[in-house]
Design a protein around this ligand. Structure first.
Ligand code: GAP
Length: 515
């Protein structure tokens, strides 16, 4: 656990030091759960979005994109169920005055029991050495069995309480488990109550309830209300999808994990409209397709897993998370939801406008069913960055061992693709030539010209921001028009004519390799 916290602290510190992510309004001591992306952060985030957009929209003839407004008619959120059901169970500690999510307090308790099981296994492994049979131990160890039984009992009560929206039972679980305020140890709790996560604001010219607007808590509704506009204008036939990338806002009760849980964040969502009855086929298809998308970036298989939802959202008949092993454990990165015809039917009912599709093959009208893929761009950013950030021992320029911090990002999403470095700053022939090389490459890639400090330090700076290629201009370049290209991960250096640099970098950073 301590090691995990260390890695998380390193990720946050790296993001700040190298201009990836800053706390919002930092000079005023920051605004909690809001973050700003710095110069390298915005490039990385844009590349993640581009990877998603290309693979979801441009690589599918039957998926098109939109960019809907953040503000929507207030009835949208009534129809979608967000006004009535987009709640988290809130509990306050009367002594510390701190606010918690009741479900997270209970889940935290269960996580501690799971950690105890892990500890028992580690101890037993040490004790029994090579002869240790983990499967047998898990089935027979009295302590492990006791913890497992406790977990099952708690989860059964918890799942039922969440499903029934039974706030009194959630409070009872917290009291029965003797859960204390994680910060102060106080057990002086208020009752649990529902807290709606939508931010509201007011239309300029209308006072009172009538002028109340919400900041969208998901981008999906902009897609649903445009379903017929898009279908008719693009003449798409079912099955087809509509995709969107955009901001969403949630008044999260607890938001303490950097960009993992924010109050303002970005989603990349796709709604796939299908024939009623065919939704489970497409649900399975998108589950596998989305996992493949993650793996293509080089994310190790063991850091990704599916987690089926025990508690289904008000709109879903099946839902699964793709979880990633963040430095603080496995957590949701993306959701795939079978949303039935809930949204389109509700909008149809409340707006009085038909939202149906005429299926020529079946010769009938119906409200399509929907399978959704929904991923937070910021969460993806955190997953990518925490997976890429590594410390390695490598030989320095003099062949001695030294430690380097390197961001092993897939080259296709690296913020800077290529750095152009004159060997020395104060030799005009070198800097002029380096600038000329930079000027030819800058049209093709995001490149960086850097002449400050010794070459070794400049390499380290590029490693730390994940630049896959460094091109060095030295005295031989002036003689034979060749340069050295250094590759970030292998540290291999090759000598090539200047005229070949663009093609080599292009080949290495091309997004095509991801598809
Ligand atoms: N349209 C469905 C929907 O919004 P969700 O599971 O609530 O489903 C989808 O959210 C994804 O959005 C999550 O898997 C996560 O990646 C991201 N997300 C949700 N809340 C977030 C928050 N407060 N901060 C950052 N990302 C968030």
């Amino acid at each position: 656990m301590a090691q995990q916290n260390d890695q998380f602290k390193k990720v946050i510190a790296h993001c700040k030091e190298y201009g990836f992510v800053f706390q919002s309004s930092e000079i005023y001591d920051g605004l909690s759960a809001a973050y700003d992306y710095g110069p390298y952060g915005v490039e990385l985030k844009n590349n993640i979005k581009q990877y998603w957009w290309k693979s979801m929209v441009q690589m599918h003839e039957n998926i098109v994109g939109i960019d809907a407004a953040i503000f929507m008619h207030p009835k949208t959120w009534k129809a979608s169920g967000h006004v009535d059901a987009f709640n988290d169970p809130l509990i306050d500690n009367k002594d510390s005055k701190k606010r918690y999510r009741a479900d997270q307090l209970i889940e935290g308790y269960v996580e501690k029991l799971e950690a105890k099981i892990k500890k028992e296994v580690t101890k037993a492994k040490k004790r029994f050495g090579d002869s240790f049979d983990e499967e047998k131990y898990m089935l027979e160890s009295p302590r492990v069995l006791k913890y497992k039984e406790q977990i099952e009992d708690i989860m059964a009560r918890f799942t039922k309480a969440m499903g029934d929206g039974d706030m009194a039972e959630l409070k009872a679980i917290i009291v029965d488990l003797d859960i204390a305020d994680p910060d102060t140890g106080s057990r002086n709790w208020t009752d649990v109550r529902q807290f709606n996560l939508m931010f509201s604001t007011q239309l300029g010219n209308i006072a009172g309830e009538e002028g109340k607007l919400y900041l969208r808590p998901e981008t999906a509704q902009g897609i649903f209300v445009n379903f017929l506009n898009v279908q008719k204008s693009t003449r798409q036939k079912i099955p087809f999808g509509i995709a969107q990338i955009g901001k969403a806002f949630r008044n999260e009760i607890v938001a303490r994990q950097f960009i993992f849980r924010m109050r303002e964040f970005e989603q990349m969502e796709m709604q796939f409209f299908v024939r009623p009855g065919e939704e489970m086929k497409w649900y399975k298809y998108w589950k596998e397709a989305r996992l493949k998308w993650h793996k293509a970036l080089g994310t190790p298989e063991e850091k990704l897993r599916f987690h089926d939802h025990d508690n289904l959202a008000h709109y879903a008949n099946a839902a699964v998370d793709i979880e990633f092993e963040f430095p603080f454990g496995f957590k949701e990165l993306e959701g795939i939801h079978s949303r039935t015809d809930f949204d389109l039917s509700s909008h149809q009912e409340l707006s009085g406008k038909k939202l149906q599709y005429f299926d020529a093959e079946l010769n009938k009208n119906y409200v399509p069913y929907v399978v959704e893929t929904s991923i937070g761009c910021d969460r993806m950013f955190l997953a990518v960055l925490s997976n890429a950030l590594q410390e390695e021992t490598v030989p320095d320029a003099k062949g001695k061992e030294s430690t380097r911090t390197v961001l092993k990002l897939h080259p296709a999403i690296a913020p800077v693709k290529c750095a152009v470095l004159p060997l020395l700053k104060n030799k005009e022939e070198l800097t002029t030539k380096a600038r000329a090389v930079f000027d030819t490459l800058k049209y093709s890639f995001n490149c960086q010209y850097d002449e400050k400090d010794a070459i070794g330090r400049r390499y380290r700076r590029q490693d730390a921001i994940g630049t896959p290629y460094c091109v060095t201009i030295d005295f031989d370049t002036l003689e034979d028009d060749t340069v050295t290209i250094r590759e970030r991960d292998s540290l291999k250096q090759i000598r090539v004519p200047v005229s070949e640099v663009e093609a080599i970098v292009r080949e290495g950073v091309d997004m095509k390799s991801l598809f």
